[in-house]
Design a protein around this ligand. Structure first.
Ligand code: GLA
Ligand code: ZN
Length: 667
């Protein structure tokens, strides 16, 4: 169980005083403006390496001393970054091995950022060294509250050092046994039996790219390389500042790193939230963002997380960068808090004058003063956040879990077969999360390795891969009274991407679900089947299993094609629990209707008694209930009792009207 690190909601964000080093009067103006905007934290030093160490071994920390002191004097705490996200040009020039090699085998020239070799001993040493100096210098600085490691770790490197590291990783994974690797990769196929480790290279389009088991290993290796790079970065920090918490900023559901695994190495999870609001689909965007918040919240057992970045207005990297309408970013920030964030942080405080991000939204625009819509909004939100000390550190308890597993997402992506066009795993998981979100019922997003026993219902969409013991753990869970929902293509391969023999879903799961799957059909775009459930017909699209009941009760059947009349939805009593199998994909309201039934049967209560309705999200955290209007119109909402309105400090009626983008925080 984690500690509570802060007493107040952190309100701040990326601050780049190093870009304004020649205009110290701007630093002073920043202090004035930050206080005006109710900012209590600044994240600094993210991209400062070339200023800190302008030449190898020549250091310049005075400016950082200065800004740390200035922030502290003004009551603003510091989240201090390690600068590995972008290296100085001299470092790349002198040690080219730090530069990444692309899949095409060509080494990058110096440029951009987030593109170091993950293995390079030189880079690891240089990073360790600068991090040690920073930690030693600021270990006792009263402003230092947290470490921000690097920035948005991502990507992969195909250099010789990384190839060798990949081979070493494989040796460990396959117990130094080449025969085991040949077996697991099914290398008899297309004459691929390997006789020496040196014959293995990273997967690439001009080389090996058809061995899905190998691609899975590469994903795991790359992900582990990021984690080991991170461990190397934090070693001096843990040694010198053992009490300062450590995080690194994740990116939405980025699939290049197994965040569920990485999260265990952090003190708290943080992520950068950039939804595409105001493109005519805000409720949908709100749903997807809620899912991501809950995924990050669930990675460390419900521990509050940080929203490390968000834009206070627009971004510069969408195809078309629409201005969000007034109130939208504020609502977006409140959504984060409602789902378990203990911070609202922006990218960035002050707009750059030049460079690639000079048109990215910031709290302080090029005009330089506070008389802007964005500044006023940020400042108002800051004063609201000051009323929310009571939510800081508060966990949410969910009775529902949706399994979204990073390794399964890789496996689903890599296999060739069935429907190669339409199998979006993430969308499918969000679809099964949606009914709970719409009804104001908190759900966790967990990996298949997490504990199931604390949930009333666990839903595992498209659980194609089963890791060691997953089948046993599902069996155990249902036997002891849990309710488990699986969908099409469940339990097809093991963790090494080898198909289970003896019929699907894998061995004991056939028993648990009381079915077996004989064939799987795929439906090209525009084609569909129908399945009935409770007298209603649902479209069957993309993928569906043709299953037989071996004891399960059939709740729904296919209507068309040669498998008309065969089971499409089943329920099996097993031990004290129930196992449901939904054999098809539906992209409309099946998950909604099916989950509503489960909610009724298992008496799953809404987190609050506020009546749910379209476009309105209700979320409880601690004693606080957040009501958010993501729709485009005013909504009248039945609160069903009176509450204390925290923002306006007055009692509500039991029915209220909330404008579009409006929100209420109730107690
Ligand atoms: C990312 C980065 C920031 C900045 C923003 C812009 O999240 O971490 O440095 O580039 O995007 O949206
Ligand atoms: Zn490399």
């Amino acid at each position: 169980m984690s500690k509570k690190y802060f007493d107040h909601i952190i309100h701040g964000g990326d601050y780049n005083p190093d870009q304004w080093i020649k205009t110290p009067e701007i630093w002073d103006e920043d202090m004035r403006l930050m206080k005006l905007a109710h900012i209590n934290s600044a994240t600094i030093n993210i991209f400062s390496w070339s200023l800190l160490e302008p030449e190898e071994g020549v250091y310049n920390f005075e400016w950082l001393d200065n800004i740390m002191d200035k922030l502290h004097t003004n009551g603003i705490s510091v989240i201090l970054a390690t600068p590995s996200g972008a290296r100085p040009p001299w470092l790349a020039q002198k040690y080219p091995e730090v530069l990444r090699v692309e899949e095409n085998g060509i080494r990058n020239e110096f440029g951009v950022r987030h593109n170091h070799c993950l293995t390079s001993p030189v880079y690891r040493e240089k990073v360790r060294k600068i991090n040690r100096m920073i930690a030693q210098r600021y270990k006792d600085h009263p402003a230092l509250k947290m470490w921000h490691i690097s920035n948005e770790y991502s990507g992969e490197c195909h250099c010789e050092l990384c190839q060798e590291a990949f081979r070493d990783w494989l040796k460990e994974y396959y117990h130094n046994d080449l025969e085991e690797l040949n077996d697991k990769w099914w290398n008899g196929f297309w004459s691929h039996r390997i006789t020496d480790w040196s014959q293995i290279n990273s997967p690439k389009y001009r080389g090996e790219n058809h061995v899905s088991a190998m691609k899975l290993c590469w994903n795991r290796f790359v992900s582990d390389s990021h984690i080991s790079f991170y461990e190397n970065e934090i070693a001096p920090l843990r040694e010198i500042t053992p009490d300062i918490p450590i995080t690194t900023n994740f990116m939405r559901m980025y699939d290049g790193i197994d965040y569920q695994k990485f999260a265990k190495h952090l003190d708290l999870v943080s992520w950068d939230n950039y939804p595409g609001w105001d493109k005519g689909r805000n409720p949908e965007e709100a749903l997807q963002t809620a899912f991501v918040h809950d995924a990050f919240r669930s990675m460390r057992n419900g521990q509050p997380f940080f929203m490390m970045e968000s834009t206070p207005s627009l971004v510069n990297w969408h195809d078309v960068n629409k201005l969000p309408k007034p109130g939208m970013q504020e609502l977006s920030a409140i959504q984060a808090i409602a789902h378990g964030a203990d911070s609202v942080q922006y990218f960035q405080w002050r707009k750059s004058r030049g460079g690639h991000e000079k048109f990215h939204g910031a709290v302080v625009d090029h005009c330089g003063h506070e008389n802007t819509r964005v500044f006023r909004d940020v400042s108002r939100l800051g004063s609201v956040l000051e009323k929310l000390d009571g939510v800081v550190g508060k966990y949410c308890n969910s009775k529902i879990a949706i399994i979204y597993d990073w390794e399964n997402s890789w496996a689903v992506k890599h296999f060739c077969g069935y429907n190669n066009q339409n199998r979006n795993y993430l969308d499918e998981c969000i679809k099964w999360y949606a009914p709970f979100w719409r009804k104001g019922i908190s759900a966790d997003i967990i990996s298949m390795e997490d504990d199931f026993s604390k949930y009333d219902i666990v839903i595992a969409p498209f659980l194609y891969m089963l890791k060691d013991n997953t089948a046993e753990r599902i069996e155990e869970y249902v036997k002891n009274g849990g309710n488990f929902v699986a969908t099409y293509l469940t339990g097809i391969v093991d963790k090494d991407d080898m198909c289970f023999l003896g019929g699907f879903p894998a061995d004991r799961l056939k028993n648990v679900f009381g079915i077996w799957c004989e064939e799987t059909d795929s439906l090209p775009k525009g084609m569909s089947n129908k399945a009935t459930f409770n007298g209603k017909a649902y479209d069957v699209v993309h993928i569906c299993d043709i299953i037989h009941s071996t004891g399960a009760k059939v709740l729904g059947e296919y209507q068309q094609d040669f498998y008309a009349g065969m089971p499409a939805v089943t329920e099996n009593s097993f031990g004290k629990g129930k196992a449901y199998y939904v054999a098809f994909r539906n992209d409309n309201d099946f998950s909604e209707d099916f989950c509503s039934q489960l909610i009724n049967i298992y008496n799953i209560e809404q987190d609050s008694d506020i009546t749910s309705q379209d476009g309105i999200a209700v979320r409880k955290r601690g004693e606080y209930v957040f009501v958010m209007n993501f729709s485009d119109s005013d909504k009248t909402i039945n609160l069903n009792r009176r509450y204390l309105d925290i923002v306006n400090d007055k009692e509500t009626d039991d029915k209220i009207t909330l404008p579009s983008c409006g929100y209420l925080i109730l107690k």
